[in-house]
Design a protein around this ligand. Structure first.
Ligand code: G3P
Ligand code: MG
Length: 245
């Protein structure tokens, strides 16, 4: 069995889950108000290499910008509205930098699962830059951020740049070779999608000495079931509904 899981057992997905525009600073106090003590967010690089919080490779869905994040310098990202698409009361909300998010999370006492979300072709660079900056931003923290990624290239680069930061491998289903892949990456956790996850798979991951985080769990009975099975953490869009002591 793995050592004790040090992060909160419920993490709000993309900062505030479904309660605020995703990957914005506005989501952080919303998560706190819902009773959450930790958040997950996505980190991608601007054209000029600034790590910012955004999920999609393109700007259209979650901002009033157009085009690829990877083609847009930070100075232009900075001017975009990342809140109006969600609700008028969030108008003017910005795409935050990783540094801004880290500062606000620290001030609010929020633990962090930092998902490295590289745009295509920038996997190693994103892993290296995000991990290097995270190492500095959380250098005084008691609890480090948990880095995760679907990209093993990004996780390898993160490990080289900041080997002290814990890593989790993101997958959809539990792959047959999960233990070997996590061992090769030096990952402490597997982060799996909820759909179809069975108790035997949870048992197998834990028996391999790995932590298990599950995304995206929005129904309280399912969250309770997963946590009772021994899942370490659920990542949710509904931190207002899914609460554990
Ligand atoms: O880290 C868990 C989850 O955020 C992974 O999926 O697409 O929401 O980033 P996605
Ligand atoms: Mg994510």
């Amino acid at each position: 069995m793995p050592a004790a899981w040090p992060w909160p057992r419920v993490l709000a997905h993309r900062c505030g889950g479904a309660l605020a525009p995703e990957n914005t600073l506005a989501g952080l106090p919303v998560a706190v108000a819902a009773g959450c003590r930790g958040v997950e967010f996505d980190v991608m690089l601007s054209a000029d290499g600034v790590p910012v919080l955004i999920h999609d490779e393109t700007l259209e869905r979650t901002s009033n910008g157009r085009g690829a994040v990877a083609d847009t310098p930070y100075a232009a990202l900075r001017g975009l509205d990342a809140g109006s698409w969600f609700a008028a009361r969030f108008a003017g909300e910005r795409i935050p930098t990783l540094a801004e998010a880290a500062e606000r999370c620290t001030a609010l006492g929020l633990a962090v699962n930092l998902e490295i979300k590289p745009s295509s072709g920038r996997e190693a660079q994103t892993g290296e830059v995000a991990a290097g900056l995270a190492s500095r931003l959380w250098s005084a923290a008691v609890l480090p951020p948990l880095l995760s990624s679907f990209s093993e290239t990004a996780l390898d680069a993160a490990r080289r740049r900041a080997p002290e930061l814990p890593r989790g491998l993101l997958v959809e289903g539990v792959p047959a070779d999960f233990a070997a892949r996590c061992a090769r990456l030096g990952a402490v956790a597997l982060h799996v999608a909820d759909a179809g996850l069975q108790r035997a798979q949870v048992d197998a991951v834990r028996a391999a000495g790995l932590h298990l985080a599950v995304y995206t769990v929005n129904e309280p009975p399912r969250a309770a079931e997963l946590l009772a099975w021994g899942v370490d953490c659920v990542i949710t869009d509904r931190p207002d509904l899914i609460r554990v002591s």
